[in-house]
Write a protein that binds this ligand. Structure first.
Ligand code: PLP
Length: 395
């Protein structure tokens, strides 16, 4: 079995050589001051990526799921009410976690393919005059459907309702790839992981807490040990951890943030947008549709592509892996078998993306779909050649 790149799953993403090298370091004493030279810059660098000047950043040896648990267990108590929308598998899993922790949920179910309805949130929050709702949970980018939601609009809804709930945002597949504004959007807890926009192997849960969220930790009653941010803060004060940190990954995180800042965050976001737009043009040239229902919710990190009725979309993923050694993402939950997912985030260029589009095209033709070889590639090529020019003219 050989390992081939690039991958087109929506995380983990391709790992640049410099990051692989940064993670591969000799053991150091994580209880010595040397560790502080990795820990403190990493926390500071993540804060900048979040576009925050004050967020407390916590880095756990874990994954995004651990980040969800950090968010809720440190700020909420059993029986607290949480408002959340379910529009895909990841929002569903966060809901499931909240239920298992004994939280009360107000769930707004929307079609998989739509974004979080900020107007509906505003109605519910306005009606909650007793301020029973302690937190609003939002999945910024639903990785299952390729749908981005407007977090600024959710903040606006909360403010319009005059509601004091905390705003907790899952940015696992958006942060470091798509615009994310911790301070400007009044985010109280942001959650991400190492294996998507940061282009690292999985293994870190990366979480930002606002002052308000830190205040909530003083009274939060949910049980926590491994993910206790107070234990973490005590450790950080001594440049240490309450347990053994993933030192190599954190060294990689420093390097990843340096790469992102060197490229420029806005340039990183623009690159993701350009790459995504080429993929979307390919999808339309194939005569297929995105799971995302309207342009305002198109994700720049992942496209979930609907296949014709009666065709099992998972076959494309299986065939691509076995025949061409290329990885795409399968559909999850309600859209399993109905979509396949093209991940286009992290360390990726337009030219690399063309190889993914070409592979998907070959698979679909091999499997008997009525698609013309080269049609998607050509549409993306046209855009990648002239896209920015066209966009400039339109602007
Ligand atoms: N949230 C979103 C939006 C995700 O895409 C994922 C994973 O893909 C998760 C949460 C869970 O993260 P992890 O698999 O790192 O635990």
């Amino acid at each position: 079995m050989s390992f081939q790149n690039p991958v087109f799953i929506p995380g983990p993403t391709n790992i640049p050589e410099s990051l692989r090298k940064a993670c591969d370091m000799p053991t150091i004493d994580h209880r010595s001051p040397l560790f502080g030279t990795i820990l403190h810059p990493a926390r500071k660098a993540v804060q900048a990526i979040l576009k925050s000047t004050s967020a407390e950043v916590f880095i756990f040896p874990s994954t995004g799921t651990g980040g969800w648990e950090t968010a809720i267990t440190n700020t909420l108590s059993e029986g607290d009410t949480v408002l959340v929308a379910r529009n895909g598998m990841f929002s569903h899993r966060w809901i499931d976690m909240c239920e298992r922790h004994g939280l009360e949920l107000i769930i707004v179910d929307v079609a998989w393919g739509q974004g979080i309805p900020a107007d509906r949130f505003e109605e519910i929050l306005t009606g909650d005059t007793a301020h029973r709702i302690k937190a609003v949970l939002a999945t910024h980018n639903e990785t299952a459907t390729g749908v981005v939601s407007d977090i600024g609009a959710i903040r606006h809804a909360m403010d319009a309702a005059g509601h004091p709930a905390m705003l907790m945002v899952d940015g696992v597949s958006s942060i470091a790839s798509m615009d994310f504004r911790f301070d400007a959007w009044g985010v109280d807890v942001a959650v991400t992981g190492s294996q998507k926009g940061f282009m690292l192997p999985p293994g870190l849960a990366i979480v930002g807490f606002s002052e308000k969220a830190m205040d909530a930790t003083k009274t939060a009653g949910l049980h926590r040990t491994f993910f206790d941010v107070h234990d973490m803060m005590k450790g950080y004060a001594n440049s240490a951890y309450p347990y053994t940190p993933a030192v190599g990954l954190m060294n990689g995180l420093n390097e990843a943030c340096r790469m992102l800042m060197d490229e420029g965050l806005e340039t990183v976001f623009a690159r993701h947008h350009r790459i995504a737009e080429g993929v979307r043009r390919a999808v339309w040239a194939w005569g297929l549709e995105l799971c995302a229902e309207s342009p305002d919710v198109y994700s720049d990190t992942i496209s979930a592509v609907r296949t014709p009725n009666g065709f099992n979309a998972t076959d494309i993923v299986t065939h691509a892996a076995s025949t061409y050694g290329v990885a795409f993402g399968v559909g999850l939950g309600d859209v399993a078998g109905k979509v396949f997912r093209i991940g286009h985030l992290g360390s990726l260029t337009e030219v690399m993306t063309l190889s993914g589009i070409a592979t998907a095209e070959m698979c679909m033709v091999d499997l008997g779909l009525d698609i013309k070889l080269g049609s998607g590639v050509a549409a993306a090529q046209e855009y990648y050649r002239y896209g920015s020019e066209i966009e400039q003219k339109v602007a």
